[in-house]
Design a protein around this ligand. Structure first.
Ligand code: BG6
Length: 467
């Protein structure tokens, strides 16, 4: 531990969904790797006390990643519990006591954003805010105006350097590798621009639906849930210039310029879809217009990317679960042998999940007398598991005070600025059948560029279909 590291980990919303799915598994993993030697304090309103919280932690791990007996025992021993309402000064007095001599706590606000102000105020009143850092979850606001308001609220209690806005995509190993692959290979730079790149497609497909999160999903929809954050962050990493310098802000400055260069979307750039059956989900309105699918055409107004369309597609109840980036290069200028149409030109494929691949699609002659070719893939990297989950990596970074992989105030606002005018129900929502690639209307968005590339299923998914 350095003298900049946080010295206590406090999570608000300790009995909530996020803690259950992500925080307990990340805490256990951090303990297993020897990265979390400090008090761990859960804050929530529940009558079940510390034993109840320990039982919930165990249940969480049984469902998400498994219980490691040794690490879990250590987690249980370090765990403390503060029970109380966030509006009550008593809760924060209890927290102050639980913090003991800790002077640089990390607060994880795993709670709805409308409670941020109350909690920030409570922390300040009980003298818990000195030297503190705060981690906040997405969705960071609902639109540009609410994100700006939220930033103002947080800044009343915390300086920007102490605020860590999580986008878990940035903590994913293959997303990090996008950046590494781009800037560690000099062969890429000369062709990474509009002279050679025809178009870029990003598909984030999920076979799952909204999984009992109907109430939450009605408030967000696909564009707020995954496009404004995960997808635009990926586009920023693909399109940004090399950072100037090595500090966290050098990286975030470069990303910020990429985000600012994204042309704000207009209704003509988006097709929204909703899977048949969504309206029957608990908590969903019977006439809901909320999208569970979006296809978007985005332009980047820079010298490097002028004229190159970026197509983004994200949806629930798709035929496969996969996130994939396809950077399609231009066809050769002349057909010397066979005709190479746009869908057959060279490409880079970055499969980000669930399995990881970086590959280069190239043409090679098929054996035989004719000078006729086929596309082959040269695989650069293939792996199936991350060493660390994104949450483990990101929480570790926040504890060390490294903001590189977190979204800065101007970044979150720039991303909202891109989608702001297509939020809500201003464009029609088209129904699609579950287990398909979304509504037919989505094909129009990309018609000029050879159509969508549908990611392949994983081996397990393909096997399941065969059986
Ligand atoms: C979350 C969204 O941010 O990302 C979910 O709220 C989505 O709706 C999830 O399913 C996907 O994340 P991952 O890591 O499974 O690709």
């Amino acid at each position: 531990m350095t003298n900049l590291d946080s010295d206590a980990f406090v999570f608000f919303g300790a009995t909530g969904d996020l803690a259950f799915k992500q925080i307990f598994p990340a805490l256990q993993a951090m303990i297993r790797h020897g990265h979390l030697n400090m008090p761990i304090i859960g804050v929530a309103r529940s009558a079940k006390g510390l034993d109840g919280l320990r039982a919930r932690a165990r249940e969480s791990l049984e469902k998400h990643g498994g219980v490691d007996p040794q690490a879990f025992a250590a987690l249980s021993a370090k765990l403390q519990y503060v029970n109380g309402e966030y509006s009550s000064p008593e809760t924060f007095r209890e927290l102050r006591k639980a913090l003991g001599s800790a002077s640089r706590p990390l607060y994880y606000l795993a709670i709805p954003p409308d409670l941020f102000e109350t909690v920030a105020q409570g922390l300040a009143n009980a003298d818990c805010d000195k030297g503190a850092r705060v981690v906040v979850e997405k969705p960071f606001g609902r639109d540009l105006a609410s994100a700006q308001a939220l930033n103002k609220t947080l800044h009343r209690s915390f300086p920007e350097l102490a605020i860590f806005r999580i986008d878990h995509y940035l903590g994913k190993e293959p997303v990090q590798n996008l950046l590494y692959f781009r800037f560690a290979n000099s062969f890429l730079e000369p062709i990474w621009n509009s002279n050679y790149v025809q178009s870029v497609q990003i598909t984030m497909a999920e076979t799952l639906g909204v999984e009992g999160r109907g109430v939450f999903y009605e408030e967000v929809g696909t564009i707020r849930d995954v496009v404004q954050n995960h997808m635009l962050e990926v586009v920023a990493l693909l399109t940004m210039e090399a950072p100037v310098g090595h500090d966290a802000d050098a990286m975030r400055d470069a990303k910020q310029r990429a985000l600012r260069a994204m042309r704000p979307l207009t209704p003509g750039d988006v097709v929204r879809g909703q899977f048949r059956g969504y309206r029957d989900e608990n908590g969903v309105a019977s006439d809901s217009q909320v999208e569970t699918f979006a296809a978007i055409r985005l332009h980047i107004d820079t010298w490097r990317w002028a004229g190159v369309p970026f197509y983004i597609r994200a949806g629930k109840r798709m035929p496969v679960s996969a996130t994939e980036v396809l950077v399609e290069l231009k066809r050769p200028p002349q057909d010397v042998f066979d005709t190479i149409s746009q869908g057959q030109a060279d490409y880079f494929r970055f499969r980000l999940s669930p399995d990881v691949t970086i590959s280069l699609g190239a043409r090679a002659k098929m054996p035989g007398e004719a000078m006729v070719g086929e596309t082959v893939e040269l695989v650069v990297r293939q792996s199936s598991v991350d060493e660390m989950t994104p949450y483990e990596r990101l929480l570790g970074d926040a504890i060390r005070g490294d903001p590189t992989l977190f979204v800065r105030e101007d970044g979150v606002e720039a991303a909202w600025g891109v989608v702001d005018s297509i939020l809500g129900n201003g464009t029609p929502v088209h129904e699609y059948e579950p287990n398909t690639w979304g509504p037919a209307e989505a094909d129009q968005i990309i018609a000029g560029d050879g159509g969508w590339h549908n990611p392949e299923p994983t081996k397990a998914e393909a096997l399941a279909v065969k059986q």
